[in-house]
Ligand binder design. Structure first.
Ligand SMILES: Cc1cc2nc3c(=O)[nH]c(=O)nc-3n(C[C@H](O)[C@H](O)[C@H](O)COP(=O)(O)OP(=O)(O)OC[C@H]3O[C@@H](n4cnc5c(N)ncnc54)[C@H](O)[C@@H]3O)c2cc1C
Length: 364
């Protein structure tokens, strides 16, 4: 798959980074543009659990599982990605739902097993109060998302890609039924293809070529403690929070929060979440608070990835998704293949842009 097509990738988060790396690796001439410092917006604050876990229909499970496997390929090819296969302990649902999840996903070939309180305590010895029952998935893992995105971008640059920071794309340039480039805040850039991987900013960019991508956002409260000696072995998905320890030793907890909370209320919720972390893991009395923020997950309206060409418009490709940390290696790989060979991977079949055009027509 060798090509010298010039592709502009808009967005240098984990998705844009992976698309750029796979394109450059396949021989394309790649220019990545980002309005900010490369590394993304959602990517920077992500909890970054790499999983094909609870609640996914089988086709989406298959895509996610493929992506999990592709992380190993990407981590072997790109220095500094830092993939950690830590495993996860999940008890964020009632036991009957966990049993059903383990049975269903186990039948699909996922390495999930139910564990007793004693087994949970053996997996995570520092839990203050291990759950009665949980599920454990040894094959799940994590990357430090900003580190991984930056490593993949550096890998793309090593393969010849150009990464331009602080260059906002104002609009797509269209000539007839073809996108021929982008208009940026410092001039026009032409290309054979434009990939929109702008996360939450993608809808606005696509709308400049009359392409509709309805999105929704979901806020999460992210609390990071001060660094602490290694205590957790893997990822915890609990009824009240998602919790892991970063490579720096910080406990990183994500809890729910309603949109539009006043700053004082956010601070209060962050203090509660910090106290809950201390109540969940035995850290002695030394754990110190760190930072907190409300972070927004940007999600195509139906919850699934939006990846592919848009009907009737040549030269344009969208790569927008939630769970982008999990999915990045697969989306990058499949997007590059489709752009350079015209072959669309069957795992992407349900996730084309056409479904939004169809929804638009049915709602008018
Ligand atoms: C709290 C939280 C927890 C999460 N937990 C997980 C998890 O456990 N597992 C998981 O798989 N996923 C998780 N996610 C989701 C995951 O982080 C995102 O799906 C992923 O980071 C999206 O990457 P991206 O590259 O598409 O977007 P982003 O990281 O947002 O990057 C988009 C980039 O595009 C640039 N851009 C936008 N508009 C323009 C423009 N007009 N011109 C130029 N550049 C532009 C932005 O500056 C940005 O750098 C979580 C997200 C959040 C917020």
């Amino acid at each position: 798959m060798k090509s010298r097509r010039h592709v502009i990738v808009v967005g240098a988060g984990i998705i844009g980074a992976s698309v750029a790396w796979h394109l450059a690796e396949a021989g394309a001439r790649v220019t990545v543009l980002d309005a900010q410092e490369p590394g993304g917006i959602a990517t920077r604050v992500s909890w970054a659990w790499i999983n094909a876990s609870f609640g996914n229909p089988e086709p989406y499970f298959r895509l996610r599982r493929h992506a999990m496997q592709e992380w190993h390929r990407l981590a072997a090819a790109v220095p500094g990605v830092g993939l950690a296969r830590t495993g996860s302990l999940f008890w964020g649902r009632p036991p009957a739902e966990l049993e059903a999840f383990a049975a269903e996903h186990g039948a699909w070939g996922y390495g999930v097993r139910s564990v007793s309180r004693a087994e949970a305590a053996a997996i995570e010895p520092h839990l203050v109060s291990p759950p009665e029952m949980a599920v454990h998935v040894a094959e799940e893992g994590v990357v430090e998302p900003l580190v991984a995105a930056q490593a993949i971008l550096a890998g793309a640059q090593h393969l010849g890609a150009t990464v331009i920071a602080h260059r906002r794309v104002r609009s797509l340039i269209c000539a007839g039924n073809r996108v021929t480039g982008v208009d940026t805040d410092s001039g026009l850039l032409q290309a054979d293809e434009v990939v929109v991987a702008g996360g939450v900013g993608s809808s606005r960019i696509l709308a400049t070529a009359d392409v509709s991508l309805p999105m929704r956002t979901s806020p999460g409260l992210v609390v990071a403690t001060a660094p602490h000696p290694p205590t957790l072995n893997g990822l915890l998905i609990t009824p009240t929070m998602e919790l892991r320890q970063t490579t720096e030793g910080r406990f990183l907890a994500v809890g729910e929060i309603e949109d539009g909370q006043a700053e004082g209320r956010v601070d209060e919720s962050a203090s509660e979440l910090f106290a809950a972390v201390k109540g969940m893991v035995d850290t002695g009395s030394t754990l110190a608070p760190g930072t907190h923020a409300v972070a927004y997950r940007s999600i195509p309206r139906d919850g699934f990835p939006a990846v592919g060409r848009t009907a009737g418009l040549l030269g344009l490709y969208a790569a927008v998704t939630h769970s982008g940390i999990t999915l990045a290696p697969a989306i990058g790989q499949f997007a590059a293949e489709e752009l350079l060979t015209g072959q669309r991977n069957p795992l992407l079949a349900p996730y084309g842009m056409g479904r939004f055009a169809a929804q638009d027509q049915s709602s008018t």
